[in-house]
Design a protein around this ligand. Structure first.
Ligand SMILES: NC(=O)c1ccc[n+]([C@@H]2O[C@H](COP(=O)([O-])OP(=O)(O)OC[C@H]3O[C@@H](n4cnc5c(N)ncnc54)[C@H](OP(=O)(O)O)[C@@H]3O)[C@@H](O)[C@H]2O)c1
Length: 245
């Protein structure tokens, strides 16, 4: 039986591209997202390869996350990797009457990812090993003026994942934090400035390589974002605000 990967937010963008990439690498797939019709199409597209199981899931409905992931894992047999990828990005500024957007961003990007990681860790503890992957962002390295809640959600996710690593390592579970730069997907398609943009397909190849190597944490692509990520801390506040509005 082939080893499998569970991916949240697999209906479009990075999650979909990761599904295609891991399918080509011979893995079974457990795919979930809210738009089931897109998952059905993807399942058909990948049907010649290894098993592909799909399920509708809103990661903001925390009580559903465990049940859906456990069902997928049970159907697939051997789950090697769980990828907490589902995420949203909205522009929202304080005092503009958009707190509901801030709350939703934290509910999905942070709490939804934590619910995914929690269920994934339970599945892997039962199997006595595996790997948890979180799709965070370079936006989490320093607060971005135009998307502060998104920035905060990703910063918190990376910090959480760093915090759980020691415990999970004791259970033979690796923890990998992926920090994409600009990847060409719907989440940022209305932005004019997308430096060092790469396609979702290219990003998925790079991410799958890193995941298979069990890297602890990396930007995607590695360069120039690794350099940028180190340098942003040293940019003076006044310049930083101008740079990222
Ligand atoms: N693209 C970039 O440049 C970039 C950079 C850094 C980090 N990221 C991160 O990469 C991840 C994927 O984003 P993307 O760029 O591929 O954007 P995308 O094309 O908009 O995909 C987002 C995915 O998340 C799913 N999703 C959203 N809300 C969900 C919910 N409540 N429950 C379950 N699934 C949900 C969507 O599926 P449904 O709508 O069908 O539910 C979709 O499959 C996100 O975490 C994002 O923050 C992206």
């Amino acid at each position: 039986m082939p080893e499998s990967v569970l991916i949240t937010g697999a209906s479009s963008g990075i999650g979909r591209a990761l599904a295609v990439e891991f399918s080509q690498r011979g893995y079974g797939l457990g795919l979930c997202a809210r738009r089931l019709e897109l998952l059905v199409k993807l399942q058909d597209e990948l049907s010649g390869n290894n098993s592909v199981e799909i399920a509708a899931l809103d990661v903001g409905k925390y009580d559903d996350v465990r049940e859906v992931l456990f069902n997928l894992a049970e159907k697939l047999g051997s789950t090697k990797i769980v990828i907490a990828n589902a995420g949203i990005g909205e522009r929202s500024l304080p005092g503009e009457g958009t707190f509901h957007l801030d709350r939703r961003i934290i509910e999905i990007n942070l709490l939804g990812a934590m619910a995914t990681i929690d269920a994934g860790a339970e599945i892997m503890k039962k199997q006595r090993g595996g790997q948890i992957v979180g799709i965070s962002s370079v936006a989490g390295f320093r607060g971005l003026s135009n998307i502060p809640a998104y920035s905060a959600s990703k910063s918190a996710l990376s910090t959480y994942m760093e915090g759980i690593r020691y415990h999970l390592t004791q259970h033979n579970i690796a923890v990998t934090v992926i920090n994409p730069g600009f990847i060409d997907t719907a989440i940022n398609s209305n932005r004019k400035f997308r430096p060092f943009l790469i396609s979702a397909e290219k990003s998925a190849q790079l991410m799958a390589d890193m995941i298979e190597k069990k890297v602890l944490s990396s930007t995607v692509p590695l360069w120039p974002w690794a350099l940028v990520s180190g340098a942003v801390r040293f940019i003076p506040e006044r310049l930083w605000c101008k740079f990222n509005t």
